[in-house]
Design a protein around this ligand. Structure first.
Ligand code: FAD
Length: 430
């Protein structure tokens, strides 16, 4: 077995509760010809492959490890309208009309997720209800303004501000002065969802090669995509490698910063504990810049995420810190057993808006969801398929968003981001 074959999904709650089986895959070997080569087997790549195959393209998908090896198989599983950045950032760059179209597409991404789950019969515990919780008084003001802006300027009246008892009906803690409730947000088992998309892609005719890391792309028309043992000649390439890109296409690499984020899963909770934590089974994230987020799994474990690292090393005393946070929020869970702990990489852009585009006329990409890609990546796959088929209007709305490389070049960008994050962490405490 070579080094590439060793890329397995991490031991996680998700990996221990797989409910979708793929048709067997083999690593790419020898030379073949396809219409489209998709690089990356997360939600972006699987959705793109599926939507392209449904349009009649011959598609091969190359995944360095196993399907769902990247963020899609490790994430918090929250599926939310909106982007990783404030919609005001998009409005400032593109104007109100285009920002509104992008907001609408973010809502569409959540509906698309539900539709894919239903159409392809994906067992992934999809559930609805999301809370964006204020931690400080200034967050309450900000959430109120956000609700009003969305209702007045984005035709989105779905948000309600909950306080006091109304809030405690959703989340049983004194930690939050208020929260915005959004019935259009929800959560799912991200690995089963990703595997379900891959299975649907296989059924639509896509050939998936796991354990096939792309080592070079010879750009041109057609492009030649090489792995250690094989080569695909393709009219188009879809690059869906996100935080795991690792310098494969240098122009794109500088525009994203890789940051690790961590999650724990507790033992399954009893009825009484569920009633004293999240009685309505909502997902929640707090309003801090360096945020914590959580939800219940299908078998009612608390899946709790937070804590970042920029050097690939797990933060010190991670589990003890997570334990302490959980006990502070929910005294009913003091001493609860933690069964799993894992981390994954998020691709962050400088403005935190996703980065979509096309190089050389035939190398399409979507990356940089900035921690908010679980549903957007599914839509990205659909938009990539539309764009490749010559209907790029919707894809171009996203690709019009300007993106700059991180300052400091390859060596300084991580220290600069660490400094910026320390600043925001400090601000979160005020
Ligand atoms: C811990 C964590 C929690 C998160 N929580 C949430 C959340 O609750 N809600 C939300 O909206 N978003 C969340 N996110 C972000 C979300 O998971 C991502 O935005 C989304 O999954 C991106 O999907 P993707 O397919 O673009 O990338 P990925 O899922 O990362 O897939 C990229 C794939 O490309 C493969 N690859 C890379 N290079 C090569 C190569 N050279 N050859 C072949 N294959 C290659 C990788 O192996 C990987 O499988 C979270 C992310 C993390 C890490």
């Amino acid at each position: 077995m070579n080094a590439a074959a060793a890329l397995r999904r991490p031991a996680s709650y998700y990996n221990a509760s797989i409910a979708v089986t793929l048709a067997p895959t083999t690593p790419l070997a020898g030379e073949s010809r396809v219409d489209v080569c998709v690089v990356g087997g997360g939600v972006t790549g699987c959705s793109a492959a599926l939507h392209l195959a449904e349009r009649g393209y011959r598609v091969a998908l190359l995944e360095a490890g196993e399907i769902g090896y990247g963020a899609s198989g490790r994430s918090g599983g929250q599926i939310l309208p909106g982007l990783g950045t404030d919609i005001g950032v998009v409005e400032k760059a593109l104007g109100h009309e285009r920002a509104k179209s992008i907001w609408e597409m973010s809502r569409e991404s959540v509906r698309l997720t539900a539709d894919l789950v239903r159409r392809h019969d994906i067992p992934c515990d999809l559930s609805w209800g999301y809370l964006h919780a204020a931690v400080k008084p200034r967050h309450v003001r900000e959430l109120r303004e956000f609700r009003d802006t969305l209702a007045e300027r984005y035709d989105y009246p779905a948000l309600s501000l909950l306080e006091g008892e109304a809030l405690r009906e959703h989340v049983v803690t004194d930690a939050y002065p208020a929260a915005l409730y959004d019935a259009e947000g929800g959560h799912l088992h991200p690995l089963n969802y990703t595997l379900g998309l891959a299975r649907a892609a296989q059924r639509a005719g896509v050939t998936i090669h796991e354990h096939s890391p792309v080592v070079a792309i010879q750009r041109g028309s057609p492009a030649r995509v090489r792995t250690a043992q094989g080569m695909l000649t393709a009219d188009h390439v879809v690059l869906a490698a996100n935080a795991y890109l690792n310098g494969l296409v240098p122009e794109l690499d500088g525009r994203i910063m890789r940051a690790a984020n961590y999650i724990i899963a507790t033992e399954p909770l009893g009825d009484d504990q569920v009633a004293r934590v999240l009685p309505r089974n909502d997902a929640l994230s707090d309003a801090n810049f360096v945020l914590d987020y959580y939800r219940l799994s299908g078998d009612r474990r608390l899946i709790y995420g937070g804590e970042v690292s920029y050097d690939g090393r797990e933060p010190r005393r991670l589990q003890a810190r997570m334990d302490a946070k959980i006990a502070r929020l929910f005294p009913a869970l003091k001493g609860v057993r933690i069964d799993y702990r894992w981390g994954g990489d998020v691709a962050i852009t400088l403005n935190r808006a996703p980065d979509f585009g096309c190089l050389d006329g035939n190398l399409f990409y979507a990356q940089g969801y900035s921690g908010h890609g679980m549903s957007l990546a599914g839509l990205a796959g659909k938009l990539l398929a539309e764009a490749l088929a010559g209907h790029a209007e919707r894809f171009d709305l996203f690709s019009a968003m300007p993106h700059r490389p991180f300052p400091g070049g390859r060596w300084l960008r991580t220290p600069l981001l660490v400094l910026a994050t320390h600043f925001y962490k400090l601000r979160d405490r005020l």
